[in-house]
Design a protein around this ligand. Sequence first.
Ligand code: NDP
Length: 267
Amino acid sequence: PPEVTGRTRLYAILADPIAHVKTPQTMHALFARHGIDGVLVPMHVAPDDLAVTLDGLRGLRNFGGFIATVPHKGAMRDLCDEVSAEAEAIGAVNCVRRDPDGRMIGAMLDGTGFVEGLASEGIDLDGRRVLLAGAGGAASAIAFSVASRGAARLTIANRTVEKAERLAERVRAHYPGLEVSALGSDADPGAQEIVVNATSLGMRPDDPLPVPRSVLERAEVVAEVIMDPVETPLLAAARAAGCRAHPGLPMLERQIELMARHMGALT
Ligand code: NDP
């Protein structure tokens, strides 16, 4: 950990459970690269204690902000004093800045991290047909970011088709020009150029593929949100089918920087 003095600014990650989080190490590496005098501490907060924790942090004058992860992203939207338009549309917040007057300003950076992670590998979404597997928290954020990057068509496929339909409806409401459709995860989504897995399938070695194998035959790029394992069964199948495979780690790496900026640690 970095050396802590009376001048060090404080940041945090709030989660329940907390022990598995790797954000302190990743953020400290970024702080070291940029010469930032800050420390990011893990805070184990149960959902019932979230509001009181936030109120306590408002009074902490050397506190710059925090990252919110499972299970706090949804509740955080309603607890912040102000949230970004994107966080409002998605219905979740994963990073909060504490302004000098104690106001808490929320943003949702999962989707931006994902599309910027793709862009860092030269993958552009403009005018592309995108298949998004999943309709949970990560998928919602990615759907809005894919829409904002000018995709030509977005197909959302999910095990629970009603959730895909609700997400498609919300994206359409914000991006009326974009063709958005919703399917069950077993349906044939037709030809797609970019395939994104935003389900939790792939974390275990015996998980089924999140999309029908036939989709991989016609796709160019297959991207993951899962970071562990690095090579999921989907990415292995994508490579075997001749697609470009994009792992989940760049999404996290981009987000760490975006979060440091949102919290005011990095300018
Ligand atoms: P949610 O619980 O909100 O959503 C889970 C999604 O996975 C839903 O679409 C769900 O479908 C689907 N799913 C889960 N189990 C199955 C199954 N057995 N069969 C079919 N579909 C299934 O989780 P999150 O969106 O928060 O997280 C999803 C993944 O994204 C996690 O692995 C997480 O680690 C990763 N992630 C990665 C980030 C990164 O920076 N790389 C950032 C954020 C998340 P249904 O709706 O039918 O339940």
